[in-house]
Design a protein around this ligand. Structure first.
Ligand code: GAL
Length: 810
């Protein structure tokens, strides 16, 4: 018998709940058949009213309880339903839950009719006027609604393992694993057997057995075992272990749980963050859990994909799950890939009345209890994001977190300095940098206690919203601001690190964003396509080669046709620049003004190379002066030249008797990119003597659509699967066409369907879509058509690896 049954399929759904749904003879033909995760309302990409997803909706499902469940316990878990839920079984209320971001488990045994069909109904209230966090103030993100995570039923014996909290100690010669086990009831004589394996190994090694004594009650004394040669968990080597706990009576295994954990020590000290006693500078981004069209409702693969993007594409070592606990799938992946997590309770600036606060304290409890085995979590956020001080309230949240997990630090994000610090870490949103001001505040200017750690929980964001289709210099400024703050934070030895705002653009309420219900604060767009700023982060990792240029090299994009600053972003050893195939200059990291980044942006200051010395009949000093003046003119234009360049010009006229006409000819020959033969630029990134990446910038003569899915082999496990497709318009050299906003038509064949509209458009040369499996297996096609390119087809396969789903009819 399977002990966990996923209830993600075969729900009937209505946008307007009615008590009649509780009746056994309710006519459900008017309900829409849906699968979980489900959003109560699909939304347009932007320009929609947040009221469209605010409603009291109803979910109804017939749950057939087989005979074999007789005498067993049935525990129903809803992993996430936004925002208030009431659960009914066979017309009776089982319970309610008042947080849209934590899971809840209800014992439905008593009302369950074994051997019969049962009517399970969930009433979900997604209105934003609820008296629970995060509501009370208009928040800067949409809050969506529906049963947007999975639902499952655990069938247990009368006695079962209710909770296991695993922690490790790596300080001794042998590492230790300790578990705090809670049974649902006291069970004398029960044997608790624990065994361990490293993730990836077949066999478990038995650690030991413990016999429950009468007096222990439901809480078992801590069980501690030593483990020889345990491989530590860290960012580079995220070694995971699985602890199997079984409860046994008369040789029969009554229950079993497997907890995934890692051996590691995470510590915030006054001067920063230490992982396994080594100082690690946190370099992270904030992540919301939203997606286009379906809000919060995305399955496992999409949750994991975001973690992969953060770690593997953006190269960050940490994420803040702003502003609420997020999917366990996301956290599982963070555990697996070594991505540090700062997670926090739901909330945004507003602190409500006593009832509201009691719920917030409850949320701390649920968050810590539900997430504390995730090795990647290094910090609990126990304040309402950016709220004012409230010592009485925050004493309660801190105490709750510390009692349930004495081994992890607490933080709590504030936007004000010198605030009352009840937490272990001062976590502060530092929006000091405005492009000109310094990158970040000093710790001593912000914190109220220098003896505790200090962390920047946000920067940038609303300080410089940036769209994919903004003009080039805007996109560059966005990227440079991220570089400026990262560099400044890296320079401050006693700042534990920073989290940029934010990973991707997100739908938001009317009071925020650009008026179209989007905050364009991301280093990626909503489809997770990178903006230039994404490369600032990507450059700091070493695994994937990065080479990008802040400019398309089209001078007409700039005021007065003056290029302004052009930067190379790379993590290579050097970059060679060629103009019309002529070598101009090789840049290395030493050319970057960023001293505290491993691979900071490098300014292009030469468009000429040695062409003037070689081709023109000038004295060396004269050639040198001309080159300097021409390169400056390329960047600044004639009217904005630095004073030093005027001095050079005067020198040229006085000493070398040059005439203005001569300067114009030289300008046209070496700098002006128009009129004559078109100019090409080529850049080669060199690592260990080899060209690892190349860019060619040359006028495009053809364009092509490029589409890539995050995975092509879709599998239905506990529910449907989704693939993310990123779409970009490229020229023949692979450069993104930043001003291509053309239409896209999407069509499918086979057992997949499109999430969102089938007619869409690229924005700034990029966009995307999502495809979803339908409960059937087979081969499938996604066709992408535009008015200007050949059609592109992506091939997918869909497999079903779950019997329950196989029997499910769409
Ligand atoms: C912060 C807030 C975030 C987001 C950000 C935009 O104040 O905590 O949720 O609104 O500003 O920059």
């Amino acid at each position: 018998m399977r002990n966990r049954i996923y209830l993600n399929n075969g729900w009937g759904y209505t946008e307007s709940y009615s008590d009649t749904m509780l009746n056994a003879d309710y006519d459900d033909s008017g309900l829409k058949s849906v699968r979980l995760p489900h959003t109560c309302k699909e939304t347009p990409f932007h320009y929609f009213d947040e009221h469209i997803y605010q409603m009291v909706s109803g979910y109804r499902k017939v749950l057939t309880a087989p005979e074999e469940w007789r005498g067993k316990k049935a525990l129903l878990t809803i992993d996430g339903a936004a925002h208030e839920s009431e659960v009914f079984l066979n017309g009776s209320k089982i319970g309610e839950h008042h947080c849209g971001y934590t899971a809840f488990t209800m014992d439905i045994t008593e009302k369950l009719k074994v051997g019969e069909d049962n009517i399970l109904v969930v009433k979900v209230d997604s209105r934003e006027d609820r008296n629970i966090p995060p509501f009370g103030f208009v928040v800067d993100y949409m809050t969506y609604g529906g049963i947007y995570r999975e639902v499952y039923l655990d069938i247990k014996e009368a006695v079962y393992l209710q909770d296991i909290f695993v922690r490790t100690d790596i300080s001794g010669e042998k590492s230790e694993v300790t578990s705090q086990i809670t049974l649902n009831e006291s069970a004398e004589g029960l044997i608790i057997r624990q065994s361990l394996r490293k993730r990836g190994n077949e066999e478990y090694q038995i650690l030991g057995e413990y016999v429950v004594e009468t007096a222990t009650g439901d809480r078992i004394p801590e069980l501690k075992y030593q483990v020889e040669n345990a491989s530590l968990w860290d960012i580079e080597h995220p070694n995971l272990y699985e602890l199997k706990t079984e409860i046994i009576r008369d040789g029969e295994i009554l229950d079993e749980r497997i907890e995934t954990f890692g051996f590691r020590k995470a510590e915030f000290r006054a001067d920063g963050f230490y992982l396994n006693n080594k100082k690690v500078k946190i370099r992270g981004l904030n992540r919301h859990q939203s997606f286009p069209y379906v809000g919060y409702a995305m399955p496992e693969s999409m949750q994991k994909h975001d973690a992969d993007i953060l770690k593997k594409e953006l190269g960050v070592n940490a994420v803040r799950t702003s502003h609420y606990p997020q999917s366990h799938y996301f956290l599982d992946r963070c555990d697996e890939i070594g991505l540090l997590v700062f997670t926090e309770i739901p909330g945004w600036q507003h602190i409500g009345d006593d009832e509201w606060k009691a719920q917030a304290v409850e949320n701390v409890r649920d968050m810590v209890l539900q997430y504390r085995n995730h090795v990647s979590i290094i910090l609990w956020g126990v304040r309402i994001n950016e709220s004012l001080d409230d010592d009485e309230f925050y004493k309660r949240t801190n105490t709750m977190a510390h009692e349930l997990d004495p081994f992890r630090a607490t933080g709590g994000v504030r936007a004000h300095k010198k605030s009352s610090l009840l937490e272990d870490v001062y976590t502060y949103n530092d929006f000091l940098h405005d492009g000109k001001t310094k990158g970040c505040e000093r710790k001593s200017d912000v914190t109220s206690d220098m003896s505790k750690a200090y962390l920047i929980s946000e920067y940038n964001g609303h300080m410089y919203p940036t769209k994919a289709y903004d003009w080039e210099e805007h996109r560059l400024e966005h990227a440079m601001r991220h570089a400026n703050v990262l560099d400044a934070a890296a320079a401050e030895e006693d700042i534990a690190g920073s989290f940029g705002w934010c990973m991707f653009d997100y739908n938001t309420h009317k009071d925020f964003g650009s008026g179209d219900r989007i905050c364009y604060h991301g280093v990626m767009d909503m489809f997770r396509n990178p903006k230039l700023a994404a490369d600032i982060y990507a450059c700091e990792q070493e695994k994937i080669p990065v080479l990008s240029l802040s400019s398309s090299m089209d001078i007409g994009e700039h005021p007065g046709c003056n290029r302004g600053n052009t930067y190379i972003l790379t993590n290579a050893d050097s970059v060679r620049m060629y103009k019309n195939d002529r070598f101009i200059k090789e840049y290395t990291q030493a050319d970057s003004p960023y001293r505290h980044l491993k691979h900071g942006p490098i300014l292009i200051d030469d468009f000429i190379g040695d062409a003037i010395e070689k081709n023109e009949d000038f004295k060396p000093a004269q050639a040198e002066g001309i080159k300097k003046a021409l390169n400056a003119t390329a960047r600044y234009g004639l009217s904005n030249l630095p004073k030093s360049i005027y001095l050079i010009a005067i020198k040229m006229m006085v000493i070398y008797h040059m005439k203005p006409e001569q300067a114009v000819t030289l300008y046209n020959r070496y700098i002006g990119d128009w009129g004559g033969e078109s100019t090409s630029y080529r850049f080669e990134a060199i690592k260990d003597g080899k060209v690892i990446k190349e860019i060619t910038k040359q006028p495009a003569t053809s364009i092509q659509i490029h589409a890539e899915a995050d995975h092509y082999e879709l599998v239905e496990k506990n529910t449907y699967d989704v693939a993310a497709i990123r779409i970009r318009m490229l020229d023949e050299y692979g450069n993104q066409m930043y001003f291509y906003n053309g239409p896209i038509l999407l069509e499918t064949e086979g057992p997949i369907e499109i999430i969102g509209p089938k007619v869409t458009s690229l924005q700034g040369g990029m966009g995307g879509t999502y495809i979803k499996t339908t409960g059937r297996a087979g081969e499938a096609l996604l066709k992408i058509c535009t008015s200007q390119t050949e059609k592109v087809q992506l091939k997918f396969s869909v497999a079903i690896d779950n019997l329950e789903i196989q029997n499910f009819k769409t």
